[in-house]
Design a binder for this molecule. Structure first.
Ligand code: GRF
Length: 194
């Protein structure tokens, strides 16, 4: 695991499996003048992930991992992370669970975004479950990744009102907009604490 230096130009890897709207959003933030990070690598378990097109567009190194064998897959990921000198990992819609050993290697340096007000509604189908329970609020959370699913220490959270006529699609779209504000802020926050 590379040492973090005083110079705040942190190399970040983003792990995705799908659309990649958080990925492109982080890329755009990294281009801002005051940005303290660069997106150096994208990892995907899904060769068809739509978000991979942004890697091509912005010439970001990409690595597809087939996940046929978990141990080898994570070994391959770690080798890419080392080669690219990655200091922070941002999970953004990555549908694979990282092993305890992997997390240990990057202890305190892996963060994730989840579309609920954690600790409520961990796991999948969040918006459907929130609506089924007639909640008044949902939201999104950026948290550190530990060995338990969606259970690491919370970095930032945003509460979002649920409307009477909300469907899971509507709610998910509205929350996603807040995710795009929250994730860069959370990344900035953890970088400034390094
Ligand atoms: C987001 O809702 C994120 O919170 C969840 O997966 C979704 C990924 O969306 N973990 P995208 O691929 O970044 O558009």
């Amino acid at each position: 695991m590379p040492k973090l230096t005083g110079i705040k130009n942190i190399n970040v890897a983003v792990f995705i499996s799908g659309t990649g709207s958080n990925f492109i959003n982080l890329i755009e933030h990294s281009f801002k003048k005051k940005s303290k990070f660069k997106i150096k690598l994208v990892i995907s378990n899904n060769p068809k992930a739509k978000g991979l097109k942004y890697a091509k567009k912005y010439k970001i190194k990409k690595k597809i991992i087939n996940y046929k064998n978990l141990k080898n897959s994570e070994k391959d990921i770690l080798s890419e992370l080392d080669k690219t000198n990655i200091q922070i990992i941002c999970l953004a819609g990555f549908m694979k669970i990282l092993t305890v050993n992997f997390i240990k290697r990057f202890k305190g340096k892996i963060i994730n975004i989840h579309p609920s007000l954690l600790p409520k509604y961990k796991g999948l189908n969040t918006h459907e479950r929130v609506l089924d329970n007639n909640e008044n609020y949902s939201g999104c959370t950026v948290h550190y990744v530990n060995s338990k699913l969606d259970a690491g220490k919370i970095i930032l959270q945003k509460k979002v009102k649920i409307f009477k006529n909300d469907s899971s699609e509507k709610l998910s779209k509205r929350i996603l907009k807040h995710e795009h504000l929250l994730y860069p802020r959370a990344l900035k926050k953890i970088i400034s604490s390094l």
